[in-house]
Design a binder for this molecule. Sequence first.
Ligand code: GAL
Length: 348
Amino acid sequence: MKKLLALTLALCMVLSLCACGGTKTETKTETPATEAPAAEPAAETADVKTYNVGVAIYQFNDNFMTLYRNEIEAYFKTLETETEKYNVQIVDSKNDMAEQSNQIDTFITQGMDVIILNLVQTSSADAIIDKIVAAGIPCVLINREPLGDNGDESYAGILDNATVCYVGADARQSGTFQGQIVADLENHGDINGDGKISYVMIEGDPENVDAQYRTEFSIKALTDAGYEVECLADQVGNWDTAQGQQIAANALTQYGDQIEVIFCNNDGMALGAYAAIEAAGRTVGKDIYLLGVDALDECVEMVNNGTMTGTVLNDHIGQSHTAVDVAVKALHGETIDNYYWVDYVMVK
Ligand code: GAL
């Protein structure tokens, strides 16, 4: 009897050991011995570094800059790792330079590690950049390029500082593409065959040199190609759809069928101009042409279905990713260039 008890006990012990052993083996298989020790200390001991990023946008109420700022936020997220996080604060400067200046002061007080800045007024670039540089914060300017004294030169406030740069697209290219789209049409934009292209120009906010360059280079592309042009009206619509509509409506009332092409410095205003063209009973592609810049989704669709003649891709993905990549470089103490350029692409 004793023997039987001893045997049963021994059997139980063997079984329970086996069970334990089984569990252990399983655990080990799930987490290979080589990885476990490396992963655990990293998670336990490594510091998680959170960088504070301040982003000031000239105004949230802008189609293109809305795409741009959303992509800045989304792209920072994709760059986060176990050990590096980005605390991104994006503020609306409401098209008010005084407001933006206060926002920059707040960013400095909050100890931002980098600032991404879409200036309200490029003419105020000096004062703002001086503050940021004095606070020892790297600054990535976007979308509105401050120019040098000659209007055409690189801006000293960028060239003089190793921690300041501009990320943008050369708007001369976008203007040239708009002109080329018209030049490439079968009638080269001269619908009534009177030997000249009669156009209306709707300009963006002059605080962005894009407005000046697109206005100038769209027409230059036509005259360079040997076409005669006639400007019927040229007005500032501040990148805004409602203003674009108003300007186009007034021009259509005043000049009627004389208008052959409406150039808009951006798609936002082209959308407004389209509404005015429709209301005036005109047909894009048949008795009038309409051009924009930005390649907003709805405008690419319009180009595809013929209700817009053409637009130019203002690559907000390329620009925002470049701006963020450069900001991250600066955060890591790496050397940055003064200028980064992203190409436009013709859409017709
Ligand atoms: C331009 C863009 C416009 C507007 C403007 C704001 O590059 O084409 O739609 O967003 O920037 O500065």
